[in-house]
Design a protein around this ligand. Sequence first.
Ligand code: SDX
Length: 426
Amino acid sequence: MTDRTSSITTHNGKTSELPVLSGTHGPDVIDVRGLYKDTGNFTYDPGYATTASCKSAITFIDGDEGVLLYRGYPIEQLAEHSTYLEVCHLLMYGELPNKQEGQEFNEIIKQHTMVHENIRDFINGFRYDAHPMAMLVGTIGALSSFYHDSLDITNPKHREISAQRLIAKMPTIASYCYNHSRGLPFMYPDNNLSYVENFTRLMFAVPAEEFEPNPVAVKALELIMILHADHEQNASTSTVRLAGSSGANPFASIAAGVASLWGPAHGGANEACVNMLDAIVNSGETIEKTIARAKDKNDPFRLMGFGHRVYKNFDPRAKIIQKMCHDLLSELGGDTPMFNLARELEEATLADEYFIERKLYPNVDFYSGIIFRALDIPMNMFTVMFAMSRTVGWISHWMEMHEDPEGRIGRPRQIYTGAAKRDYPT
Ligand code: SDX
């Protein structure tokens, strides 16, 4: 950090010398903590578009250059060379594991893949047609009622074991939400399989038959999970930090993140995007008409899977997923009308002034839904897949927040626009 300052002189003639802070990468930051004391003014930044809420060493994004780094490593290199559990170790502990550390971490995760038998009963209590995200948000919160031995958030060992339990149990719980919605039996994890192989078995195996993980599906899911593992201070991660800042236990904090991710403007966009592509294919609507609707200010319709608060260039994850999508569909059975439509939509928007001017490019959710569908994962499970991958990002930020010496309860202020002070009519 530096000792530079920015001088602010406000409309009411007050001045404030505010420190300027610099990180490893990214823009300098004006520390506005002294502004109110010096000038009597708050700052106003709806959606926090230009506000740094914390210092973090986990992930860096450069939206203009389309750069994404996990603990300094480019996402493209991790996508090519790493595994999801290796990325989990990197995000949680800050370094790639050596061979022994990797084996030890994998073994620890394997020891926590099962859930208490009562969790099965808890999930079976949901209606048959409950949305899997509704089951997930409830079940993750309910984990707080099972682990009284590790809820002391001031104890680093409790924080670590909770992180390991969440990473290990997410595939098991996600598959139970899926199996419940289809009336299928819940499978037990098989610790002889890799993390992602085990997930495909939990999802698609039945007790009546042998199951062999499909290597094509495992490779595609491993990549998708690496790409979705973390993304700096997005809405759901900021929700986890805000919930955790009050001292809420890790399971309650992550449940808050699951809830925030569900929204169609965030993690729910993959399901919304495939619904949109489905509707266009089935209605026979032309691409020109679809794009005209997306541009029409009187029409609430937006192109799901396009745009991003930070990326004003291509989302680097979308580029990787697009190629994997193409390869997967070639391996599994040729391009589908939906994938062809997606590529036509992408080409059309890249040449359209409205999208160019607003720097709206396909984001990570644009192609991921097409891949999940190719892997026979139903649409209402797409955001559960996102949540399963992002759990390590959420819990890594939750741990970092508790280790931050400047950490304090989050409590934004406001501009009050309500009624002026008035007396009760007597
Ligand atoms: C994720 O933050 C993260 O890192 C999130 C994420 C992660 O990994 O955690 O990357 C995952 O959530 C990706 C985003 C998935 N959401 C969608 O695909 C939903 C569709 N996209 C939009 O709703 C929107 O682009 C957001 C929510 C993603 C970003 O919204 P912003 O930054 O608040 O932008 P905005 O709404 O102010 O839009 C700016 C302009 C507006 O037009 P004008 O008023 O300037 O004329 O762009 C337009 C918007 O109308 N616009 C779109 C559009 N997105 C923005 N117009 C048509 N279609 C779109 N998709």
